[in-house]
Design a protein around this ligand. Structure first.
Ligand code: FES
Length: 574
């Protein structure tokens, strides 16, 4: 790796010159109380902090930023904490996914427009991890990811509660009349007990783990629970390390390679990770000009066993995963399936970082000899209903339904679903296939997590707990069931999903990786003559930009103009 001199630092262009602008930039730092020697010729480190008072997953990140600063100062850098868009999964409507690309743009432009030499990216709640990484990748300054860490286990009468997963489970039981309002209130009190992100294997735990598998975190960082005292120590180490990364010019482009992406996919499968990871990894790859075809997920899925016994696929929670050895232990167990020579942010290879890691609780992280599933955490489906692909999380589905043909019960959008799903006259049986249209990137808009379609009340009361459900939506990583997701192209854009009608036979065969609409081509052609493109959801603002430029799910839902291309020029300093 090349090493830099102080005058080679990017920030030196702002702070070094004996010029009118140099004077201005230095004098304003002095206005902030710093000496010239604090910031001139020193790596200026942006601590991009997605803290906000309405993001409980990141409630501790202000304190952690102080730990990062301590590390930066110790290593001879100059830290500046900069707020970044705090996409809180719980509260952002209509869908936080609508805003991932906005955070990515903000990250890239903050790093480009300011006198920054390197960045510590602080995130964790679902979309913040890919958003920060995508932006940092496009700007390609040295960057290290600091995962917010999972919250502690939930608790209800001594029983562990998992974010999301137990919400869905107990809501279903409440709808079926199986638990009381008092029980429900007690669960509400106990399900989120500390700062940190969802502690099931949802999108947050998956994406922070994949950030580590890609090489963007310090070894072991993604598994540390947010309240654990190891967490601020890790934060401080991020501060120290990023200064070294600036001097050695270790950038995201050195880290994000095709083998590193294949490692992330393998780890995703071994975790039984969130299906959302597929979209985010495709987007990250395309930012680097790498074509990560959906088939790569399927082929890697077939050879990687599911080892993490974490809800929703398994039994335990992220706190247990940490005590069992965390991600390093899991990766060491599948070392022969990983590219061990990939470079990571600490300057060492993945293989070097996994030395000595081992499983300390084989109930939580299963050994290869006793996997949760032999293969296939996630499968990619294709067929007449999903020409560009669809996704199913096999590890969280009812095995009985993985090969199933049933008559469609179609909802034209989420409002229609809410209005009719529990109506007495809904013609539906346990063998029906629930179909939701207009819930994709354009139709949702923002591809909301509506793919976990509710089971109708009258079937719940008969004991039905799973059905085949198909949509162009996403599904929370904490959810479970036989849910076919990300159908592409989406119905709002005229994909075949738009043409499905009540009573059509739909065939799912997960083993054969098929999803087919059993309707003749002539009939579908006839229906298409009556289909008219719906109007754009937005006429102005960010939503209009999103509507015009977002790509489909199988391409990562990025904006087409943010994928790889001609580099954006460094700003002139006048
Ligand atoms: Fe933030 Fe689940 S709500 S990670």
């Amino acid at each position: 790796m090349p090493t830099k001199r102080p005058e080679d630092l990017r920030s030196f262009r702002w702070f070094g010159p004996d010029s009118l602008r140099g004077f201005s930039h230095r004098s304003r730092m002095k206005q902030l109380g710093f000496d010239r020697s604090d910031f001139t010729g020193k790596p200026v480190i942006a601590i991009l902090n997605t803290w906000s008072e309405i993001n409980p997953c990141h409630a501790h990140l202000r304190e952690r930023a102080e730990a990062v600063k301590r590390g930066v100062w110790q290593a001879g850098g100059f830290p500046v904490e900069i707020p970044a868009f705090s996409i809180t999964e719980t509260y952002f409507k209509p869908s936080p996914m609508l805003y991932r690309n906005l955070l990515a743009m903000e990250t890239e432009e903050i790093l480009r427009g300011l006198p920054i030499d390197g960045a510590v990216l602080m995130g964790g709640c679902d979309k913040t991890t890919p958003g920060l990484l995508m932006g940092a990748l496009s700007m390609n300054l040295p960057a290290i990811f600091l995962p917010a860490g999972p919250m502690l286990r939930g608790n209800w009468n001594g029983k562990p509660l998992g974010s999301g997963t137990d919400l869905w489970k107990f809501w279903t039981e409440r709808c079926a009349g199986a638990i009381t309002a008092d029980d429900w209130n007690a669960i509400e009190n106990g399900i989120a007990r500390s700062p940190g992100f969802c502690m099931t294997m949802g999108t947050a735990a998956t994406m922070t783990a994949l950030a580590e598998a890609l090489g963007f975190t310090l070894p072991g960082a993604s598994s540390i629970p947010a309240p654990d005292s190891q967490h601020p120590r890790m934060a401080m180490q991020c501060g120290r390390r990023i200064v070294e990364m600036v001097w050695s010019d270790l950038t995201p482009a050195n880290i994000l390679t095709l083998p590193a992406l294949e490692n992330a996919i393998a780890v995703d499968m071994a975790l039984g990770g969130s299906t959302n990871a597929i979209i985010h990894l495709c987007a990250l790859a395309r930012r680097r000009g790498l074509n990560l075809d959906l088939d790569a997920f399927d082929s890697i899925s077939r050879r990687v066993p599911v080892l993490a016994n974490i809800r929703p696929s398994g039994e335990f929670l992220m706190e247990d995963f940490f005590y069992a050895g965390g991600l390093r232990a899991l990766m060491a167990e599948i070392a022969d399936l990983l590219h061990m020579d990939c470079l990571t942010v600490n300057g060492r290879t993945l293989g070097e970082n996994l030395a000595g890691a081992s499983i300390s609780n084989p109930q939580v992280i299963r050994p290869r000899s006793n996997p949760l599933a032999g293969s296939g955490g996630t499968a990619i489906l294709r067929g007449s209903l999903a020409p560009d692909g669809a996704v199913i999380k096999i590890s969280a589905a009812d095995a009985r339904l993985l090969r199933h043909t049933g008559a469609a019960v179609v909802f034209r959008d989420y409002r229609d679903l809410e209005a009719r799903i529990n109506s007495d006259d809904l013609a539906i049986t346990p063998d029906s296939v629930l179909v939701l249209q207009n819930a994709g990137p354009l139709g949702g808009p923002g591809m909301p997590e509506w793919g976990f379609l509710p089971i109708p009340q009258k079937l719940l009361e008969r004991g039905v707990r799973d059905m085949v459900r198909i949509s162009d939506a996403r599904m929370s990583g904490t959810a479970y069931g036989t849910c076919v997701l990300h159908v592409s192209p989406e119905s709002y854009a005229g994909g075949p999903l738009a043409l499905v009608q009540d009573g059509d036979l739909v065939s799912l065969d997960a083993a054969a990786r098929r999803l087919d609409l059993l309707v003749s081509d002539q009939e579908l052609a006839r229906r298409r003559t009556f289909w008219t493109p719906p109007p754009p959801r937005y006429q102005r603002g960010y939503g209009a930009l999103y509507t015009q430029r977002v790509t489909q799910a199988h391409l990562g839902c990025d904006f087409d103009f943010l994928e790889s291309g001609a580099p954006t020029p460094e700003p002139e300093i006048y």
